[in-house]
Design a protein around this ligand. Structure first.
Ligand code: HAM
Length: 447
């Protein structure tokens, strides 16, 4: 038999002291307006993505850990420090997805999508998990809206992914979007750049921070991600990937920039942008935005965050077991971060409708019929509000006023017996009595 924890108060409060009944650090409950703003932002992204010809793809929330170790890279922060991993009862090593790209490539290979017309253009959205240091804009569970174009090496695909994401950001309310962009070129160019970078940083080994010394050994590209003050000047003077591009890589990047200019996307070539995931080749890009945060002591500080980023990843397919190369490009927009930015305060979901009427019921007889009336209005898609659990007329009218509802339906004992309802205009307080079976048509005609 199940134990009743609530038999006596002292027992249940003792148990509360021992058990951790709080939400897990870095995770959030998202409700009310915050929920609808997230949903609205995703709806806007989805609308734009469908318009540009991307189709929806849902992939699992968990994958074999190998997918991320191989795909994203074992030395990346996302995999080496931030993966939520576990071993199943059957002994399989699995991880909560920290991003979509590796999972999408897994789906492309596993489902044989190389044999359908290329490119395969998909979008995904939903929660991702990274064991990051929680702070405003950095959560352990967060949401992305993600686009991938697989099976094309054309520069116009890079430009299209960027243009689509700029449009999504603008639809959500972000103005003046500038794309920070760079190219790390193909395998050959990237190899040359890493060699030049390593030679340069080896000479600075005793001047750079401990993290950079480690990166020099394991993932030299990440040296350019360093935020430590002591390393900034070295970063500035470091070799630039642009100077290591071979002619084909140069041509690809030049074309991407031409397409962006052609479509009016503002960009800024950022020579230190390399991105923190191993799979990138050629174009890499990021969208950055600044917002103000009020600290506990009242001080207002400005914070710049990356609200989205992506790039080309032409070799990931083979790394993940494809026999042929799968040239591809994609982007992910960070929904939680976008919604911290000015301009997005009033994002709404299509599900939200401002109520046109507030239904007020008074007395037992009216309450008995009230669910049927609410259902009649719902079926007729009349946006409405009500509080059926309340009894007092004054309380219900007060709620209608707070909601600024233009009309109130009053349904009392007498109205219930006569099969009518009173429709009150809240701006001039005029009212009319209408038969219940005519009330939907009557309300629909009201302005
Ligand atoms: P990413 O730069 O790791 O790229 O993440 C994309 C965006 O997700 C970031 O710009 C940020 O807005 C958001 N984000 C990342 N971590 C957090 C966090 N802890 N809390 C809140 N928001 C966060 C990728 O994930 C690549 N898979 C993008 C891509 C798609 N590349 C090619 N295709």
């Amino acid at each position: 038999m199940a134990k009743n924890n609530f038999k006596n108060g002292s027992k249940s409060s003792n148990q509360n002291q021992q058990a951790n009944l709080q939400k897990v650090k870095g995770f959030r409950d998202i409700w009310g307006q915050d929920y609808f703003r997230q949903k609205g932002a995703i709806e806007k992204c989805e609308d734009v993505a469908l318009y540009y010809g991307f189709s929806p793809l849902e992939i699992p929330m968990v994958e074999a850990t190998d997918i991320f170790e191989r795909g994203v890279g074992e030395e990346t922060d996302i995999v080496s420090k931030e993966l939520f991993s576990m071993t199943t009862k059957g002994g399989d090593k699995i991880s909560l997805r920290p991003e979509f790209t590796a999972g999408v490539m897994r789906a492309y290979i596993e489902n044989g999508w190389a044999s359908v017309p290329q490119p395969v253009m998909v979008y995904n959205y939903g929660p991702l998990f990274r064991h990051d240091k929680p702070q405003k804009g950095r959560y352990r569970e967060f949401k992305q809206f993600n686009l991938e174009m697989l099976g094309t090496d054309k520069a116009i695909a890079d430009a299209m992914v960027i243009k689509t994401s700029v449009s999504m950001l603008e639809e959500i309310g972000i103005q003046d979007v500038v794309v920070e962009i760079n190219s790390i070129g193909d395998k050959e160019s990237r190899k040359k750049f890493i060699k030049d970078l390593t030679t340069y940083y080896k000479k600075l080994n005793n001047k750079i921070c401990a993290n950079c010394r480690e990166r020099l050994k394991t993932s030299p590209l990440r040296l350019l991600d360093c935020k430590e003050e002591q390393c900034q000047q070295f970063k500035k003077d470091a070799p630039k990937p642009m100077n290591c591009l071979n002619p084909e890589s140069k041509k690809h990047f030049k074309e991407v920039l031409e397409y962006l200019e052609g479509t009016g996307v503002n960009y800024n070539i950022n020579h230190t942008l390399v991105r923190g995931l191993d799979y990138y080749t050629h174009t890499v890009f990021e969208f950055e935005k600044t917002f103000s945060e009020t600290k506990e002591n009242g001080e207002v500080v400005e914070k710049t965050l990356s609200i989205g980023g992506g790039g080309r990843y032409d070799y990931l397919g083979k790394v993940m077991g494809s026999k042929k190369d799968v040239p591809a490009v994609g982007v992910a927009i960070g929904i939680d971060r976008v919604l911290l930015m000015p301009g997005t305060e009033n994002v709404e979901s299509k599900l939200q409708k401002k109520p046109k009427v507030f239904f007020v019921q008074i007395g037992l007889e009216a309450k008995l019929h009230s669910l049927s009336i609410v259902e009649m209005l719902r079926k007729a898609r009349v946006p409405m509000a009500q509080s059926l659990s309340k009894d007092s007329l004054a309380v219900q009218l007060g709620m209608a006023e707070r909601l600024e509802v233009p009309y109130v339906l009053i349904f009392g004992q007498k109205e219930a017996m006569d099969n009518v309802v009173i429709v009150r205009n809240m701006s001039n307080h005029s009212q009319e009595t209408i038969d219940i079976d005519k009330v939907v048509d009557y309300i629909k005609k009201l302005k």
